[in-house]
Design a protein around this ligand. Sequence first.
Ligand code: TXA
Ligand code: MG
Length: 331
Amino acid sequence: MILAGSESAVIEQAARTIAAGDLVAFPTETVYGLGADAGSDPAVAKIFAAKGRPSDHPLIVHVADMWALPLFAAEVPEFALRLIKAFWPGPLTIILPRREGVATAAAGGHPTIGLRCPAHPVAHALLRTCAQLQPPVRGIAAPSANKFGRVSPTTAEHVQQEFGDTLLVLDGGPCHVGIESSIVDCSRGAPVLLRPGTLTREQLETACGQPLLQPDGLPDPAPRASGTLESHYAPTARVRLMDAQALQTALDVLGAEASDIAIYSRVILQSRSAKVLRRRMPDDAQETARQLFAVLREFDAHGVRLIWVETPPDTPQWEGVRDRLRRAAAG
Ligand code: TXA
Ligand code: MG
C-alpha cells in the first residue's frame, strides 16, 4: 500500500508499524529503504526474508541524528566524527565498532555497525517519530528496498513492483541523489572507502583530514556485503559498457537487424533500425546518478535483451555511477 509520506498521521502509522516489528518502506535522498526496528532481531529477520538476502550481509542502521551514535557504536574515532559533522544528514554511511549486544541481526553478526542519518524529510520525520515512541525505536535497519542483487528503487512505485501491495510504502517522490550512499569504514584505524557514492573522494578526504584507503589491499577484508559484490545492481537485460566509437561500430554491424537493444549514451548514435531504444545520458554525473536506476528499470520494462551503455568519463565526479554500471555489467 503506497501512502503519501509527509502527513503526520501517515508517519505516525508507519512508526507504529515499525515499533510493532513489521516492515515499512520509506524514501531517503539516495534510494528507498526497506525498514525495520534495528533493535529487534526478529523484525530485522523479516527484511532478510523479504529481500532473499543472506543473513550475514550487514544492513545500514538509520538514525535521527548524531546523538544516537553511542547507542550503537562502541567508539567513534576523530576522523569519523569529522565526516559525520560534514555530511550528516546526508548520503554518507559510516562503519564503526559495534556496541556489544546491540543490533546484532542488523549487523549480520559482525562486530561493526553501519550508521547513516538520511536527509530526506520523510525519512527524518519517520526517524524522529520512532525515537519519540514509548518505548522508543532508536534506529531503523534498512537496506535498499529491492530483491537481492537487483536495481535499487528510486520511486514508491519501484518498491511496489518489487514487493507487491501488502507492504506499507511511504511515498516521498523520486529520490534526488539516485544511487546509494557512500560508505566509509571507520572501524580500522584509518578511513576506507567501501562504496563510492555521489560525494567525491576529495570531498571526503578534505572533511576527514586524511587519505581514504582502498579496500583491496587491506590485511583482513571487510565482510562480504551485497553492495560490494562484483555482480550487483543488475537489471534483467545484459548490460555492456563500451566507448562511443565501439557502440557506433556495433550498431553499424547490426544495421537494420538491430533489435531488443537499449542504448544509454551521451553522444547521439545512428542506427538503421527503428527497434533500438535510446536514452540520452546527461553530461552531468549527479543528474545521471539521479536517473540511472529508473532508466535501467525502464529498459527492463520494455523487455530488451541488451543494454549498451557508453562508458562514463574517468573523472572523480563519475566514480559512483561508474561503480554501479560496472557491477550491473558484471551480472
Ligand atoms: O543509500 C543507502 O545506503 C541505502 C539507503 C536505504 O540508506 N541503503 C543501502 O543499503 O544501500 P544496502 O543494504 O542495499 O547496502 C548497504 C551496504 C551493505 O551491502 C554493505 O556493503 C554495507 O552497507 N554495510 C553495512 N553494514 C556494514 C558493516 N558493518 N561492515 C561493512 N559493510 C557494511
Ligand atoms: Mg542494496
